[in-house]
Design a protein around this ligand. Sequence first.
Ligand SMILES: Cc1cc2nc3c(=O)[nH]c(=O)nc-3n(C[C@H](O)[C@H](O)[C@H](O)COP(=O)(O)OP(=O)(O)OC[C@H]3O[C@@H](n4cnc5c(N)ncnc54)[C@H](O)[C@@H]3O)c2cc1C
Length: 405
Amino acid sequence: MRDATRRERKALIVGGGIAGPAAAMALRRAGIEAVVYEAYAGGADAAGAFLTFASNGMDALRAIDAHRLVLSAGFPTPRMSIQSGTGKHLGDVPNGGALPDGTVSQTLKRADLYRALRDEAVRRGVRVEYGKRLLDAGVTPDGGVVARFEDGTEAEGDLLLGADGIHSRTRRVIDPSAPGTRYIPVLNIGGYASGMRVRAEPGTFRMVFGKRAFFGYAVHPSGEVWWFANPPRADEPTGAELAAIGTEGWREMLTNLFADDATPAAEIVQATPGKLAGWATHDLPSVPTWHRGPMIVIGDAAHATAPSSGQGASMAVEDAVVLARCLRDLPDTGQAFAAYERLRRGRVERIVAHGARTSNSKAAGPVGRALRDLMLPMILKRVAGGGSLAWMHDHHIDWDEKVAA
Ligand SMILES: Cc1cc2nc3c(=O)[nH]c(=O)nc-3n(C[C@H](O)[C@H](O)[C@H](O)COP(=O)(O)OP(=O)(O)OC[C@H]3O[C@@H](n4cnc5c(N)ncnc54)[C@H](O)[C@@H]3O)c2cc1C
């Protein structure tokens, strides 16, 4: 590979979502120049979408001194209260852990997270180029990498990080036989209801295993109710089919799905102004080849999880920080990528498996539902008491710890 040991190495980062800007900031800390190439002309459009950024993601952001961005854009949601559609309380569990200074999981709009990370990366000197959709990339004769974009331009660097999301082009450039995504049999839709009051403790997500669909909601400090729903759907719908449902179609579907539940779900949907749009759920259980030569995939491009794990964004940031540490401590790129994979693969694939299990439990049929309602209180007690998800939430990254080959 190219000898870049006597000058600052340059990384081309494909994708300006979460992993991309986080990696750019982490690489700069590690003494590596980074340029972000984002396909869209402006910021990503993720209307209606919010996410929970877990405590382990906050820990990873703290390693690069960027956690305050999330604290100022989000609101704390450290707890979940689980109930059935009959209104029966099934248990309370922590929604993540707590960092030593008390920082807990935060919920924020996805677009706000994207914007905050990108703005901060730019503030720290990272160049972000928009309208740059990667088409292809190749290794140069001296071991560097050249990226080719849809607009006909090219960029050269020492490394290429594919942070281009679940439908990653980089994944296919690295390995043309890389697997595609797997369909998870629930749809996703969400929104923000206003002008209504619901019973919910501040900082608690209420999660409802309704009779016909799953529903989750939390009250924002402003009084707005942030909610999402997961209508089960056995066969994968096309994008056109989902788009054809339209706002009123979604509203009607959700109102019917929640009509028999003893929860405020239907009322919350009715109190949501503006456009409603849903999408299908996918994950990416195991991508055999993460890197080839100077190219590697991180974040959703390498291991997308179903939203039910609440971990995709956190894992993307963990990846970015761990990869930067590897590249900082192991100047040989091949060794750095191998160390990165050794540190990350087991953890991320365990989280993807957890996300798929949780999603599938939301799509249970009548027998599965009865069993689930019977078993859940016991399972939740174990989660609440014994910290059985501590491996996921209490994961700590020490920026200063040296990575061994
Ligand atoms: C409904 C839903 C709910 C979710 N809820 C949660 C949650 O509660 N908690 C959580 O942690 N995670 C959640 N996630 C997952 C989380 O959003 C992802 O894991 C996270 O966004 C992954 O970050 P990323 O940077 O790897 O990819 P992305 O955020 O997808 O960013 C990829 C970027 O690459 C760009 N791009 C794509 N192709 C190209 C190309 N060819 N060239 C250049 N640029 C390109 C895209 O435009 C985009 O900006 C949820 C996801 C969904 C769908």
